[in-house]
Design a protein around this ligand. Sequence first.
Ligand code: ADP
Ligand code: ZN
Ligand code: ZN
Length: 745
Amino acid sequence: MRYAVVLINIKALGVKTFSYLIPDDMQDKIQIGQPVLVPFGRQGLVNAFVVGFSDYLPEGIKAKRINRILDETPLFSIKYLKLLEWVANYYCCDFVSVLNAAIPMKLIEKNSKTEQSVELTPMGELALQSDKTSKESGITKRQREVLKGLKSDGKCSLIDFEERTKTTRTTMKKLEEKGLVKFNLEYVYRNPLTIFKDVPTEPLYELTPEQEEVYEGIKGKLKSQQPILLHGVTASGKTEIYFKLIKDVIDSGKNVLFLAPEIALASQLTKRLAKKFGINDVAIWHSSISDGEKYDVWQRLYKNEIKILAGARSAVFAPLQNIGLIIIDEEHEGAYKQTSPAPRYDARTVAKRLAQFYQAPLLLGSATPDVSTYYFAQNNNNLFQLLKRYNNAPLAVPAVINMQEYGRTAYRGIISKPLQTEITETVEAGKQVILLMNRRGFSTYTQCKSCGTVIECPDCSIPMVWHSDGKKMKCHYCSKEMSMPEFCPSCGSDALTNSGTGTQKIEILVRELFPEYRVERIDSDILTRKNAHIELLNRFQKGEIDILVGTQMIAKGLDNPNVTLVGVISADTGFSVPDFRASERGFQLLTQVAGRAGRGEYKGKVLFQTYNPDYYAFRTAKSQDFEKFFETEIKARQEFDYPPFSQIVRIILSSMNNYRAEKSAMELAMRLNTMTEKFGFTEYLETLGPTPCVIAKINGYYRFQILIKNKLDKNGHEFIHKFLDKIELPKDIRLAVDVDPLDIL
Ligand code: ADP
Ligand code: ZN
Ligand code: ZN
């Protein structure tokens, strides 16, 4: 081969591929995955990665030579690139966007670098032990603290240590001059898990007979090429079963990838894993670990030094070798899907492919499985269930408060008498309360009482939401903020009123009703304060908060045995969204939040306030009866050819100009229909639209959508991909393709 295709990270453009001539003396050394140095325009020599080879160049291009190979050990394999290529094909996006999502920038920009490490010298040790005053020893109080910190951390990266302990280089240099610490020039891996280093390890628990049966059952399916589903109610011991399986796999010399839907849950999980398997074999990966940490974990993974990798969505792209098992917990969570930007991948789908590459099993777990996952697992005989909590702790069965009856007497029409009574009794008994309101803000819309106009975001076709804490109106799509107008923009009347209910209003009402109780709120509005969310959860965990009000952020993962009451202010929210997954999402949310009550030895109570007590998804959520919900839901999906009976590809065309967006969407739909007919796919592919999206305008862009339902013809997807590949659109039209979209709003 004469040319190498390499990746370069260009500041303004992101990662792009270029071809370079391979000098003769490199011919038998160069390999895919190696970092190389290449000349690049005015930037001089830059770092790049070899991703392919070719004998020819596109016409008119003159290739420069590769300067040198930086490191002969490659950092990823051909297999790995094949997976990324598959992702690009499946999600109908370009390969480079997948590379950008998968490979940390640092890996491409910089390459194995030695860094200074720091450690305590014997003299430093002595100084710490002596009880001389700072005057006698010449060591300030601050310096002493630093030495103490270093003693507990052990030898570590200098930069990291400084960052962690907020120490300046000057301080460190002074300590070095005094001979109390020593700098070394060498590579030190940053292990984000050192925070868990004092956690004592624990043996695995003995499984209960029910758990044992499920564990044995799953073991019998480990050769299956199809995903295995563990449907187990909250706190039934799913995680304990995962641990047993993990132990088997690592004992057999293979590695495990374990995904959790969110960073916070992934961290909790990592801590639990480190406790069971020791910190050296476990690593964590998600979008918030630093580039440096990612770089280190990447290297260790590639060298096969890590046995268990836990992480959030993006960890599916970490180059874990020799995979023997992939586990995806809370598999129903929308967070596994990247909605924007491309690649709009679903980590579950990518994991399924990855598992097939390694002939490893994929185990999905949830208390409220995705309807499609459940359907396929059942059909493939890969379904396992744990329908009781560990220790037979009872699941709280929700009671329904029909607001048609209780609404009038409720506080401000919102908090019913029975809920008020339960709150009082719970807090008086020293227990804690969770109140779910799945909308943030104070009200949900502002309307003119004279002419009916609703104030919308000027750039998006959705109502602006009044936020009482910042005294501002906010758009929940583009984040635009404005102050509340004094007069109606249409008729000039001053009769503007806030309607609808959000978390901020609930917080205020609850504080009014219970001035003596400690009330706090968690929703994404508080996330502007760094770690505010974790701090509040910690305080709640410690019993410093009596009533926690929040959005779905408080429905997941929270394991506080002292919570005995969960109230859902408006259990209807969500079910009425015009989307085929609305019932599923509503069911999941209510079941999950109900699962927060009564996790300890005290029995829990759950109250749902609703105006539609008879709706099926609601009724089944009330009895926490997944199977009943599934039976009704799957029939509706079948009738309308929604997943799992079809695969949906959503195409959105948008433009600042409404007419041009619509026109190009119509042209595209027409061309699609013609091609579908020409290639004989009419029986399998159904094209819907174009129609304006439910949210017709976002950020000034008018949006039109075309939905393709592929009724599971195996060549249909390939056809769609090829069709989209050839599309050329005018510059002012934006195209977004979403394969298996989460919603169609
Ligand atoms: P899930 O993952 O289904 O929510 P967990 O595995 O977290 O459930 O189990 C809930 C709680 O019960 C945890 O504190 C767990 O340690 C405990 N538990 C579950 N099974 C066992 C067991 N066989 N022996 C001891 N404790 C168990
Ligand atoms: Zn008006
Ligand atoms: Zn907006």
